[in-house]
Design a protein around this ligand. Structure first.
Ligand code: NAD
Length: 319
C-alpha cells in the first residue's frame, strides 16, 4: 500500500483509538505509537488484524521514531491526560509534551508530513475570560498541581509554532476541550466515567465543591471529526474543538443518575486546588473555517457511553 500513512502517537488511548479508527475508515494506513502508560491495548485489539494498521509499542520520549514508508500526517496525542494520571506521572507528562513533541515534529519534518498537536483547553487555566476564544492567553499557575500538564502543553504549542514560523513546517494546533465517550477508563478521575461508574454501582456520585463549576463536554465522535477537519485544512490553529453546551457538575451528575435509572445520591467533596470554575470553548473559528460543529446531543452521547460502560460491567462480573 503506497498511500501515505498517518502516525498517531498515543493511539492506544481513549481519543487516539477513535482517531485511528476514523483514519482507517477513510482508508488512511495508520501507525499507532504508544507505550501503554495510560492506554490499553484492548482499545486497539479490534484494529490489529485490519490491513493498513500497525502498532509500535514505543515511548515517544525515547530515541526518535523512524517508520518506513511515506507519511502524510503526524498526530501527536501521547501524553497522560487526566488529573489522576498526570499527578501520578508528573515528569513523564512534562517529557511527553517537551521531548515527545520535539521528536514527533522532527519526524513530521523529515517525512514532509502535516503535524497536528493535540493541545488542550487546560492552556487557558482558570480562565478570566468566558467563553474562551483562541486569542485568550490563559491564566495558568506555572507551579500548581496541574502545571505539569498545562505547562507541558503550552511548551508543546510554542515548539510547534516555532517549527512552523521559523522552519516552514506544516503544523496545526488543536485545543481539545473535555471529551467523553466509550473507552474512557472508569477510574481515570474524569467526571463522566466517574459519575457513570458510581451510578451503575449504586454508590454516591462524588461532586466536588458545591457543583456549580461548569464544563462543556463533547462526544468523542465530534471531537475526532473536528481534529480530522483541521488536519485536512491548511490552517495552523490554534483551534478550539469542544462542546458548546455548558453544564454544571451537579447538573451532569443528576442527568447521569436519571439516564442510568440509578438510586445513587450526590455526595459533595472538597474542590481540588486550581480546579477551573468555568470552561467553555468559543468555537466560532472552527465553525467558520472548517464548517465544524458537534452533532451528538448530550443525552444521546451520554446514553451511548452509559451503554458501553454497562456492557463492560456485565463482562467484568461474568469473568
Ligand atoms: P489517554 O490517557 O487515554 O491517552 C493518552 C495515550 O498516550 C495513552 O494511550 C498513553 O499510553 C499514551 N502515552 C502517554 N505517554 C506516552 C509516551 N511517552 N510514549 C508513548 N505513548 C504515551 O488520554 P486521552 O484522553 O485519549 O488524551 C489524548 C490526548 O488528547 C492527550 O494529548 C490529551 O492531552 C489530549 N486531550 C484530551 C482531552 C479529553 O477530554 N480526553 C481533552 C484535551 C486534550
Amino acid at each position: 500500500m503506497n498511500t501515505p500513512a498517518a502516525i498517531v502517537t498515543g493511539g492506544a488511548g481513549f481519543l487516539g483509538s477513535h482517531l485511528c479508527e476514523a483514519l482507517l475508515a477513510r482508508e488512511t494506513p495508520v501507525v499507532c505509537v504508544d507505550n501503554l502508560v495510560t492506554g490499553d491495548d484492548a482499545n486497539i485489539a479490534h484494529l490489529l488484524e485490519r490491513p493498513g494498521f500497525r502498532f509500535l509499542r514505543r515511548d515517544v520520549t525515547s530515541p526518535p521514531l523512524d517508520p518506513r514508508g511515506p507519511v502524510g500526517l503526524v498526530f501527536h496525542l501521547a501524553s497522560a491526560a487526566s488529573p489522576v494520571d498526570y499527578r501520578r506521572l508528573p515528569i513523564e507528562t512534562l517529557r511527553a509534551g517537551s521531548e515527545g513533541t520535539l521528536h514527533a515534529l522532527r519526524l513530521a519534518e523529515r517525512k514532509g508530513a502535516r503535524f497536528v498537536l493535540a493541545s488542550t483547553s487546560e492552556v487557558y487555566g482558570d480562565p478570566a475570560r468566558h467563553p474562551q476564544p483562541e486569542s485568550y492567553w490563559g491564566n495558568v499557575n506555572p507551579i500548581g498541581p496541574r502545571s505539569v500538564y498545562d505547562e507541558a502543553k503550552r511548551y508543546a504549542e510554542a515548539l510547534t509554532e516555532a517549527f512552523r514560523r521559523d522552519r516552514g513546517a506544516r503544523t496545526a494546533i488543536v485545543r481539545i476541550f473535555n471529551t467523553y465517550g466509550p473507552r474512557m477508563r472508569a477510574r481515570d478521575g474524569r467526571a463522566v466515567p466517574t459519575f457513570i461508574r458510581q451510578a451503575l454501582a449504586g454508590t454516591p456520585l462524588t461532586v466536588t465543591g458545591d457543583g456549580t463549576q461548569t464544563r462543556s463536554i463533547c462526544h468523542v465522535d465530534d471531537t475526532v471529526r473536528g481534529i480530522l477537519a483541521l488536519a485536512d485544512s491548511a490552517h495552523p490553529g490554534p483551534m478550539n474543538i469542544g462542546g458548546p453546551e455548558e453544564t454544571t457538575m451537579l447538573e451532569l451528575a443528576e442527568l447521569i443518575i436519571q439516564l442510568t435509572g440509578s438510586r445513587s445520591r450526590i455526595r459533595f467533596l472538597e474542590r481540588p486546588e486550581d480546579d477551573p470554575a468555568v470552561r467553555r470553548p468559543d468555537t466560532a473559528l472552527a465553525r467558520s473555517l472548517l464548517g465544524w460543529e458537534p452533532r451528538v446531543g448530550l443525552e444521546d452521547g451520554l446514553r451511548a457511553t452509559i451503554a458501553w460502560f454497562a456492557g463492560r460491567d456485565r463482562l467484568a462480573r461474568s469473568a
